[in-house]
Design a protein around this ligand. Structure first.
Ligand code: ATP
Length: 231
């Protein structure tokens, strides 16, 4: 089943086009990588899908969403540079986030504990976020993004700023979450996309220049994807 379809989406900032007439759709349960170099328009697309930016033109359709419903009910979004209250503990932060998502205090605590376990930081739940490693913060951010059980999880460059251990931990977590929800993530690193995505959307200068699985793209070009990506 198609979960999300985007048609002829464009976004300009002060008249300068950042995303140009982009159309794509993906199926429920897939893991999609939006890949492209810096400035290609990845963040702009994700922020627009998350309902945080208004498109200049085009439409985003989410299957099952009723008219006038807020798309944020269905989507969890972790920005490239998430904001944490470093003086809070992980548990406090997730309980606070749960209550912002309209959970009662009791339900927010239950959900927070469950998610801390799921993302593998329950042992540090009573420590201040300021003491967490980059990878732990990123996993906490993922927990926050899925606190309201969205159908689609969108992650903007989730591993780009992490050291090898943090990167591995987050990729393992994403691999686990793939079984529970649809994931759309952006990256400029081909090996990340290759490792866990089912499909790639290759973005350059605000346009999708290729899409398909890594295998399909390799067969089509019979060359290294790195050449395709940066040619
Ligand atoms: P990066 O990995 O560097 O974040 P990206 O692929 O996510 O890159 P975007 O951040 O979407 O790309 O930026 C696409 C284009 O839009 C770039 O030319 C950028 O300079 C421009 N841009 C992004 N945000 C704004 C803004 N708020 N105002 C003006 N121009 C912007």
């Amino acid at each position: 089943m198609t979960l999300l379809s985007v048609s002829n989406l464009s976004k300009a900032y002060d008249g300068k086009t950042a995303v140009n007439n982009v159309s794509f759709a993906f199926q429920e349960g897939k893991c999609i990588a939006l890949i492209g170099p810096n400035g290609a328009g990845k963040t702009t697309i994700l922020r627009t899908l998350a309902g945080l930016l208004k498109p200049s033109s085009g439409a985003v359709r989410f299957t099952g969403m009723k008219e006038n419903e807020d798309i944020r009910k269905y989507i969890g979004y972790l920005p490239q540079y998430p904001h944490f209250y470093s003086w809070m503990t992980g548990l406090e932060f997730l309980m606070y986030s749960g209550q912002l998502a309209f959970l009662s205090k009791t339900d927010a605590k239950r959900r927070a504990e469950e998610l801390l376990e799921k993302v593998g930081i329950s042992e540090a739940k009573n420590k201040r976020i300021g003491t967490y490693s980059g990878g732990m913060k990123q996993r906490l951010g993922i927990a926050q993004a899925i606190i309201h059980k969205p159908k689609l999880l969108m992650l903007d460059e989730p591993v780009s700023s992490l050291d090898p251990l943090g990167r591995r931990e987050v990729l393992i977590l994403m691999e686990e979450l793939k079984n529970e929800m649809t994931i759309l993530f952006s990256t400029h690193i081909l090996s990340d996309a290759d490792e866990i995505s089912d499909e790639l959307l290759l973005l350059r200068n605000g346009e999708i220049v290729e899409s398909g699985s890594m295998k399909e793209l390799r067969q089509k070009y019979q060359t290294s994807m790195i050449e395709i990506e940066f040619q």
